[in-house]
Design a protein. Structure first.
Length: 238
């Protein structure tokens, strides 16, 4: 998503509402009654992938119009969305999974909507971060969330910097890079460092794998099926 976009300011009572709606991270039953009500009644839904959101809407009998909104959305489309908000429409923003504007597109739109005088509502729900932390069994109530591991530039620095955090660190990784990530963690962490790998959370094959980076790497290399899925990794150092 590039550049910035111009928006016309109007008084708050003339503008509409942007609802930032959390959707399931796996199990499609994990959605609040309020979220379903908003998705049903809003003018249209902004989503990363209409095919993904379409399946969720179909399951719950919702026929609201969808509009593509992702990292490649043009300034012109942004301006059209802001125009709809300033004209009084109610729009919903969703991501493919979880809460929008957390490690995915949406931040620019939320900022633009607020600058335009529109109301921005949080419709909370599933979060892979809190889901993983809740079943890890780690003492304490503080952690640092780092989003997705960089794919190329900054990747080495990302892992080296983990050593500088005092509290547990949580980040996301994809199925294509999970093995490389475990190898990188094995290189920078001490032998007594414990990591927690949440795999396919809320889905049929959900599991929390706990051990040293080397131990978990061996498990995944010996069972390649376990390399598939979405991963939430927690690093907890003594």
């Amino acid at each position: 998503m590039s550049g910035s976009f111009v928006c016309m300011n109007k008084s708050l009572n003339e503008t509409g509402t942007l609802s930032v709606v959390a959707t399931p991270i796996g199990n499609m039953e994990d959605i609040t009654m309020r979220a379903l009500d908003v998705l049903k009644k809003c003018d249209y839904i902004l989503c990363e992938d209409t095919r993904v959101t379409g399946k969720l809407l179909a399951k719950h009998g919702i026929k609201t119009k969808m509009k593509r909104y992702d990292a490649h959305t043009s300034n012109q489309v942004h301006e059209e969305i802001i125009t709809d908000l300033t004209s009084g429409k109610h729009l919903a923003l969703v991501s493919d999974a979880g809460t929008p504007a957390v490690s995915d597109p949406g931040v620019l739109l939320v900022k633009g909507a607020r600058e335009a005088g529109a109301r921005v509502d949080a419709v909370p729900g599933p979060s892979a971060v809190t889901a993983a932390f809740s079943i890890a069994g780690i003492s304490g109530n503080q952690f640092t969330f780092l989003g997705f591991v960089p794919q190329k530039k900054g990747r080495k620095t990302f892992f080296e910097n983990i050593l500088s955090y005092e509290h547990p660190v949580i980040f996301f990784e994809s199925t294509h890079r999970i093995v490389k990530t475990l190898q990188s963690l094995a290189e920078v962490l001490s032998n007594d460092a414990q990591i927690y790998v949440g795999r396919e959370l809320t889905k049929m094959h959900e599991e929390m794998i706990i051990g040293t980076p080397e131990e978990i790497l061996d498990q995944l290399l010996n069972d390649t099926v376990r390399q598939k899925g979405e991963f939430v990794i927690i690093v907890s150092r003594p």
